[in-house]
Design a protein around this ligand. Structure first.
Ligand SMILES: N[C@@H](CCC(=O)N[C@@H](CS)C(=O)NCC(=O)O)C(=O)O
Length: 231
């Protein structure tokens, strides 16, 4: 199998959690045209006409887009070890946390993703504070549902950890360091405890390191581009 993905995107990160936890042999391919790249997406659009990462391509060439659908496919095709809680309530909470990341946390970050790609002339304190406030509000909803035993749900590593961990790297590290906003975690005790604990899980620690390195790479690329284009 092949996974077309980028390390800076939070969506493929949840797929890599399953790949690492299940020990699957998957070739990782980083297609052109994402993040600060000025390249075109080229033939990647033939694999995924939606033009987003990730896409899983099976050995017979069939392609599956959308991170959550890929995760469910990998669970069904390679059930052991399971990254889904055994009981329906636990599974519902896992899906709820993942969905909250997709619908509320990422959506709240979109204005900041957009600002980060624009000249600092557009970085008004009002725009930054409004967007950071929305991110903090969405994290507050995660606080209501996050597990209190070191994992997002069910006391064990699950798909929900793969959804939350990259969002926290962005919300707790990338946004405050780039935009000078406050770290939202001190006001969210359950999410703070979760963030401290989950970094001791070896698979999540690997995902966090990959995300940090990739974000630093994208930031350096964006800075170099801004310098050559006059800011
Ligand atoms: N719902 C999709 C979202 C994937 C997504 O939006 N990926 C972003 C990267 S963060 C992307 O590919 N954006 C298009 C682009 O950067 O051109 C999923 O879960 O896979």
């Amino acid at each position: 199998m092949k996974l077309y993905q980028t390390y800076a995107s939070p969506f493929p990160t949840r797929v890599r959690l399953l790949i690492y936890a299940k020990g699957l042999e998957v070739e990782i391919i980083e297609p052109p045209g994402f993040h600060a790249s000025t390249e075109a997406k080229g033939d990647y659009l033939k694999i995924n006409p939606i033009g987003r990462v990730p896409t899983l391509v099976l050995d017979d060439g069939r392609a599956i887009p959308e991170s959550e659908v890929i995760c469910e496919y990998l669970e069904d095709a390679f059930p052991e070890p399971s990254l889904r809680p055994a009981d329906p309530w636990g599974r519902a909470r896992m899906r709820l946390l993942s969905r909250m990341c997709d619908f509320y946390v990422v959506m709240a970050m979109v204005p900041l993703f957009n600002l980060s790609g624009r000249s600092r002339r557009h970085w008004t304190p009002e725009a930054i504070e409004a967007a950071a406030g929305k991110v903090a509000e969405a994290l507050g909803w995660l606080e209501d549902y996050i597990g209190e035993d070191g994992f997002a749900v069910g006391g064990a590593l699950s798909q929900a950890d793969g959804a939350i961990v990259p969002q926290l790297v962005l919300a707790v590290e990338w946004i405050p360091s780039l935009f000078g906003t406050l770290d939202p975690l001190p006001r969210l005790p359950k999410l703070s405890a979760y963030w401290r604990a989950i970094q001791t899980d070896s698979i999540c620690a690997r995902l966090i390191g990959e995300t940090r390195d990739a974000i630093a790479g994208v930031a350096a690329q964006a800075k170099a581009q801004a310098a050559t284009s006059g800011g």
